[in-house]
Design a protein around this ligand. Structure first.
Ligand code: TEU
Length: 525
């Protein structure tokens, strides 16, 4: 355990994000599944993982790979069934690994029975009142109710055909048209979410990652937006008026009241909010336990940028006496080695940033494949692309498939032990031969070996107990901080720098003559 002292289990845990489609396929259909995850738990245990975050596995037409939920209280056949989830939870708990699930409260799938009932019902009906239906603008209602664009591209409104065959109202979808936004002003919506929360918690699930946790409450009156640029990815927008509206906090308080009946459960919000005071509001004592802070994901490989990301993440949670979280990657963003420049340099930087992240106080979230140093796959052929972003953006944005390629486990050619089926849901690069778990397990200089060693040291050594970050003097283009008895140095510059005094516990790449090379980090006791 990285957190041997008292306090909740999640306060310093190593979380591992499993993207179930891409982790391990036990059924031979080329898509990963729950029994596949169960079959690889010993791998996660040997890595030092203490908790899993599973991306959505509920019943879904998979237009957005599970973020379009048609039945929030059942497992999609693609991934298995409820018994398979129970098997995973039992097997994980037997290894002291917690299991958290993804929860999608902002929207449902258009295949959800509620939305189907809304389509069949007239304007103003209780069925339509669970979603955000509006009359169109213009004399014949043929224009969308406002100027909002979908995060994935195209308009955020789609017009429905009424049961009598005539053009009808429009419904709001901030994401794909198959993901209608729920109307959180309708108390039925919260009541149903409470049933869902208890359904999974009663099965032994240890908590939830809450999707778009800053998104459920919409601005009153749904006014036009000042900006209408097509690139509306939340990762890049700080001030989208459709998110982070005050009403969202009542929803989090209601979720927390349910979770408080399960004292060990955790709620982790996806909160793309960068103002520290605004971010902190989600972590008040009666709201979320943890919030993803995406500043490290957005930071360049630059000492000042990384330091500012860490300082702000810490400063934000200090406002409410909460715990910071750290993440370099997830299923929505470019993989770190590519983000940091690609090639061997990008990989070295990603390894160095892994040591920075694992030195910090608070839980870390490792995205499957990050521990293998997988790069983004940016040369997928057009016909292989699956992310709805590709179609909705009119083929101008290729989307997120490149960070979602299946995990290479073993062997010399695709599908690298991920599946028995050569037709994996996204093609795997033949060049990944050297990146498999099998190869890297046998190589002490591999990225996998680095992650294993780093996690192991951070569990074992007493130096990792501190909960504050203290900045020390550092050469230009480098950063040096102390956490408890540990000193972490990152050289983001172009020239080697002298290592500070101390026992070297680990370096992200070899050092020579007491100097830390560029694109390298070190831990010292
Ligand atoms: O992501 C929220 C979101 O808006 C992301 O699409 C983000 O803007 C973008 O990917 C950054 O590059 C969550 C899920 O993580 C994502 O996978 C879902 O597609 C989305 O919600 C809709 O449920």
């Amino acid at each position: 355990m990285r957190n041997p002292s008292s306090g909740p289990w999640w306060a310093n845990a190593v979380f591992y994000q499993v993207y179930p489609r891409s982790f391990c396929d036990s059924g031979g259909d080329g898509v990963g599944d729950l029994d596949g995850v169960t079959s690889r738990l010993d791998y996660l245990k040997s890595l030092g993982v203490e908790a899993i975050w599973l991306n959505p596995v509920m019943v879904s037409p998979m237009r957005d790979h599970g973020y379009d939920v048609a039945d929030p209280r059942d497992i999609d056949l693609l991934f298995g069934d409820l018994a398979a989830l129970d098997r995973l939870v039992t097997a994980a708990h037997a290894r002291d690994i917690k299991v958290t699930m993804d929860l999608v409260p902002n929207h449902t799938s258009s295949a959800h029975p509620w939305f189907q009932a809304a389509l069949a019902a007239p304007p103003g009906s209780p069925e339509r009142g669970r979603y955000i239906f509006r009359d169109g603008a213009g004399p014949d209602g043929s224009r969308p109710p406002n100027n909002w664009l979908s995060i994935f591209g195209g308009p955020a409104w789609t017009r429905v055909t009424d049961p009598d065959g005539t053009p009808g109202q429009w419904y709001l979808h901030l994401f794909d048209a198959s993901q209608p936004d729920l109307n959180w002003e309708n108390p039925e919506v919260l009541a149903d979410l409470e049933v869902t929360l208890r359904f999974w918690l009663d099965r032994g699930v240890d908590g939830f990652r809450i999707d778009v946790a800053h998104g459920m409450a919409k601005p009153p009156g749904l006014p036009d937006m000042p900006v209408t640029k097509p690139e509306l990815l939340l990762a890049e927008m700080d001030d989208d008026p459709r998110f982070n509206n005050d009403g969202v906090h009542d929803i989090h308080r209601a979720i927390r009241r349910v979770l408080d009946d399960y004292p060990n459960a955790v709620a982790i919000g996806e909160v793309w909010v960068y103002d520290n005071e605004q971010f902190a509001r989600y972590l008040r004592p009666d709201e979320l336990h943890l919030g993803f802070n995406f500043r490290l994901v957005r930071a360049e490989f630059d000492a000042l940028d990384v330091r500012a990301a860490i300082e702000n993440a810490v400063a934000a949670v200090e406002l409410v006496d909460a715990v910071p979280t750290w993440t370099l990657a997830n299923h929505d963003v470019e993989r770190p080695p590519t983000r940091y420049g690609g090639g061997l340099t990008g990989l070295a930087r990603a390894r160095a940033m892994a040591l920075v992240m694992l030195a910090l106080p608070g839980p870390v979230f490792i995205y499957n494949g990050e521990e293998l140093g997988l790069p983004n796959v940016d040369d997928l052929p057009d016909e292989a692309l699956q992310d709805p972003v590709w179609e909705r953006s009119g083929h101008t944005r290729r989307g997120r498939d490149g960070c979602r390629i299946p995990i290479p486990w073993s062997g010399d050619e695709p599908p690298f032990g991920f599946s028995t089926n050569p037709h994996t849901w996204l093609p795997m690069p033949p060049a990944w031969t050297d990146l498999t778990v099998e190869r890297q397990s046998a190589d002490p200089s591999s990225t996998l070996a680095l992650y294993r060693r780093a996690i192991e040291i951070s569990c074992r050594r007493a130096e990792f107990s501190g909960s504050t970050v203290e900045w020390l003097d550092s050469p230009t283009d480098a950063l040096v901080f102390r956490r408890g008895g540990l000193v972490c140095v990152l050289n983001a510059g172009a020239a080697p720098i002298p290592l500070p005094e101390g026992e070297v516990l680990l370096t992200s790449d070899p050092v020579a003559d007491g100097a830390l090379p560029p694109d390298t980090a070190a831990w010292l006791a």
